[in-house]
Design a binder for this molecule. Structure first.
Ligand code: F6R
Length: 611
């Protein structure tokens, strides 16, 4: 939520800011702004998408500068107006500041600054005032930042410049992400490495409660208490092309089509020559994993749906009970967590506030936490005992797609790894499943190569106001995920149900021509398969238009389908990786045909860094 950037170097700061903000616009698009220090401090900001700021810069260009900060906003305190857009200035316009997060004691601080004139309704402006007061009082920008953060409560990453300190940008990080980009004669600060990937692939991870001062050639990190800070440098293993649309109309569509590779990359290097699972980043002693007596999976949104699927697989392979919980509920429920509970947090961004708080809560209860994450160096993996990275590359479309399928792969790997170390599956059984996993990318590609029917369907059903999605077993979370995709980007009412629950209420919704998507399990699970085929008949008998996703050659299911979308054969537990693909494409196409902004749906932001 909110993307922030800072720059000190030899390039034109305005150009660097705008390019960086463009790549971070997915983090929030209620308003955008930038400030640079050249001859003087100049600010431009505008409500709405970045294009509005671009237009403003054309009519009111800023002067040449080599130092600046920028912000793209997802509004929390104060509506999406020009005045509430960042950067915010101190009262004399000497300090400019951008903020990501929520300052919870802003009202109290504002009251303390009695007499000061505020230009916005934001919590952030209070920090700008405090910071300017401190520099006017003679502190350096770093000293001033240290003084200010000591007074703030909540979550905040702040980046600031001072007109009287032209070579320096200073930032402070608590809870919201911030990374340093290290270039040749230039330094960047950003919420996401995508914003500077065009200039450098060398990054430094900033820790919790740290302050960093960058100049063109240096970056100096200290703790909030002034002690030298420890950091970790890393090389970003993807490039500019991955952060661009590459000929696709939407990032989401590009990311859907990247899934076979993302899954293959996530599997890469996990399986030894002897067919055993090796999870290098899993730093929990196998002896400890043998003592685990319960697993709790915690996540939000799409990642939560991946967790629901993980439950079926991990329980089946390890015979351990698995609970799956929405992170925002978990944290405030006083869950029963003990040192023998293994908590698995799933987060594409690694920054979701609710999942982060759940991670911390679990560790406070002395449980071990393994995170599944797609973002190197993000807060959640850093604060976990172990991490399994999904190698999906940057996911920029707000609706998660390759994030989801690679999370599933990581969950399968974890389940098989636990089965291996706990001895609940024989080596040959695991090897067989691993082979099936390795065959998935080609099968995904086959689904993506044959989307004609899905696209036609999307155009035919475009005007429908309501859609239902049904599934059983692992097909149930797929139904939830298919419905979520449609809700979030096509703004229609879509609901996922467990097919067996239909008769307990939701079937009352079925009326003539209602589109109902049904995920049918492979025929290997006879009973399960037959039950879902009965469910198709139940809705069809009541006039529903049935869109059936089932194994190729499944004539029983196809017989009751108005539209039959065949899927390659896979073991039941792996079917979600294939079944979700047409549903993602369907949602993308409906939203696209309706003329909506698929990558930046209304009211949403990619990374939810506030609770
Ligand atoms: C839906 C979507 C969200 C995220 C959720 C968790 O398409 O993208 O529901 O899945 O906000 O985000 P991460 O995985 O970054 O923790």
């Amino acid at each position: 939520m909110c993307g922030i950037i800072g720059y000190a170097g030899h390039r034109d700061a305005g150009t660097v800011m705008m390019a960086g903000l463009k790549r971070m616009e997915y983090r929030g698009y209620d308003s955008a702004g930038l400030a640079v220090v050249g001859d003087r401090l100049e600010v431009r900001k505008a409500a709405g998408k970045l294009a509005n700021l671009e237009r403003q810069l054309q009519t009111h260009p800023i002067g040449e500068a080599h130092l600046g900060i920028g912000h793209t906003r997802w509004a929390t305190h104060g509506g999406p107006t020009d005045a509430n857009a960042h950067p915010h200035l101190g009262p004399a316009g000497r300090v400019a500041l951008v903020h990501n997060g929520i300052i919870e004691n802003a009202d109290a601080l504002r009251a303390e600054l009695a007499g000061a004139e505020f230009r916005s309704e934001t919590d952030s402006e209070v920090a700008a005032h405090l910071l300017e007061r401190a520099v006017v009082g003679g502190r350096t920008l770093v000293e001033a930042m240290r003084e200010v953060v000591a007074r703030l409560e909540g979550t905040f990453t702040l980046v600031a410049i001072d007109a009287n300190t032209p070579g320096t940008v200073v930032a402070a990080r608590r809870n919201s992400p911030l990374v340093i980009g290290v270039g040749d004669g230039e330094r960047f600060l950003a919420s996401d490495v995508a914003s500077f990937i065009e200039y450098t692939r060398e990054a430094v991870e900033l820790g919790q409660d740290q302050i960093v001062e960058i100049t063109a050639t240096t970056h100096t990190v200290t703790g909030f208490d002034g002690t030298p800070g420890t950091t970790r440098a890393y090389h970003i293993d993807w490039d500019l092309a991955a952060a661009e649309k590459g000929g696709y109309d939407w990032f989401m569509r590009k990311e859907i089509f990247e899934q076979p590779k993302a899954v293959a990359d996530t599997l890469l290097g996990r399986i030894t020559a002897r067919g055993e699972l090796a999870l290098d980043e899993t730093r929990i002693d196998p002896a400890q994993l043998r003592l685990v007596d319960k697993i709790v999976v915690v996540a939000c949104g799409t990642a939560y749906h991946a967790g629901l699927i993980a439950k079926y697989a991990i329980e089946h392979w390890t015979r351990l009970p698995v609970e799956v919980e929405i992170a925002s509920e978990f944290r405030y429920r006083d869950p029963v967590i003990t040192p023998t509970t293994l908590v698995v947090t799933i987060s594409q961004s690694g920054e979701t506030a609710d999942t982060l708080m759940a991670t911390r809560h679990a560790r406070e209860q002395h449980a071990k936490v393994i995170s599944i994450c797609n973002t190197n160096g993000a807060t959640i993996p850093r604060e976990s005992d172990a991490v399994i990275y999904t190698h999906a590359g940057p996911e920029i479309g707000v609706a998660s797609t390759k994030g989801f399928t690679t999370q599933l792969i990581a969950c399968y790997l974890l389940g098989l790894y636990l089965a291996q170390v706990r001895g609940t599956k024989f080596g040959d059984e695991i090897a067989e499943l691993v082979e099936e996993l390795e065959a998935l990318p080609a099968k995904m590609q086959a689904v993506l190569d044959d989307l004609g029917l899905t696209l036609t369907l999307a155009r035919d059903l475009l005007r429908e106001p309501v859609y239902l999605f049904l599934g059983r077993h692992v097909g149930y979370p797929v139904a939830l995920e298919g419905a979520l995709k449609l809700k979030e980007i096509a703004y229609v009412h879509a609901e996922g149900f467990a097919a067996g629950e239909l008769k307990h209420g939701p079937i009352a919704l079925v009326e003539n021509r209602l589109p109902v998507f049904i995920v049918v399990p492979p025929r290997g699970r006879d009973q399960l398969h037959d039950k879902v085929v009965s469910n198709i008949q139940e809705v069809r008998a009541r006039g529903a238009r049935t869109i059936v996703l089932a194994e190729a050659g499944d004539d029983e299911a196809a017989a009751f389908a108005d539209t039959y979308l065949p899927l390659p054969s896979v073991p039941t537990l792996f079917q979600p990786v294939l079944a979700i693909l047409p549903l993602q494409v369907f949602a993308c196409e409906v939203a696209s045909q309706k003329g909506y902004d698929v990558d930046q749906p209304r009211n949403l932001a990619k990374s939810v860094t506030v609770e």
